[in-house]
Design a protein around this ligand. Structure first.
Ligand SMILES: [Zn+2]
Length: 217
């Protein structure tokens, strides 16, 4: 039975982590979040990196899960991409850094992401989520081979022991302002029926830093 939604907080990095801590507190201390961490830390002051690392460990101790969320969360335009990959870049303001890459380049980017992650001293990531959810079967298998326990795409949650589950993410990121109340209303309605009908796809409540700290629940 899955009556409780999965809570995801995206795009946490060395620059914004202090604000995120405040926002998580506003959502209430009872929720356990999957925190999507962007590991790129070039140019970050050592003292800031240390504080970020400390915060990650604290979140872990509080029961939240830390996920690796890409490398820079910004596409390297020099890399060769498929036509669909280039389209994904234009749809996501170049955030979908894994979209349309070859297997070799995907592997190279994943390796760089893991190298940056190691510098955070926060233990192993509990899963991988490609930026803007633009991944592929190939990227999924690469992550599986690297030993990740979890891999999320836009509509599926994969876990090493539980397998794949269909899911519906509720996110207002990047939406035009008039659409936001509609999504928030759909989220409220789905949350109500989701608690009654346990056969429904897993509900995911997805938040981003730019959405501010307004808690809808
Ligand atoms: Zn993201």
């Amino acid at each position: 039975m899955h009556c409780f939604p999965v809570y995801e907080f995206h795009d946490i990095n060395a620059e914004n982590f202090a604000d995120i801590e405040g926002i998580l507190k506003e959502y209430g201390g009872d929720k356990k979040w999957n925190l999507m961490i962007i590991p790129f830390n070039e140019g970050v002051q050592p003292s800031v990196l240390k504080a970020f690392s400390q915060q990650l460990l604290e979140w872990k101790m509080e029961g939240h899960s830390l996920y690796l969320h890409g490398y820079r969360h910004k596409a390297d335009k020099i890399l060769k991409r498929s036509l669909l990959g280039r389209l994904a870049l234009s749809l996501t303001n170049c955030e979908s850094e894994f979209a349309g890459l070859s297997k070799e380049d995907s592997k190279m980017l994943l390796t760089k992401a893991l190298q940056e992650w190691q510098k955070l001293n926060a233990g192993e990531p509990q899963g991988f989520v490609p930026p803007a959810w633009y991944g592929s079967r190939m990227l999924f298998y690469l992550c599986k081979d690297l030993g990740f326990e979890n891999y999320n795409s836009r509509f599926t949650l994969w876990n090493k022991s539980k397998g794949s589950r269909f899911s519906v993410p509720f996110s207002t990121a990047g939406l035009p302002r008039p659409a936001i109340p509609i999504v928030n209303l759909c989220e409220k309605i789905y949350l109500k029926i989701y608690k009654i009908f346990n056969f429904l796809p897993m509900m995911r409540i997805v938040k981003h830093p730019a959405e501010g700290s307004k808690c809808p629940h």
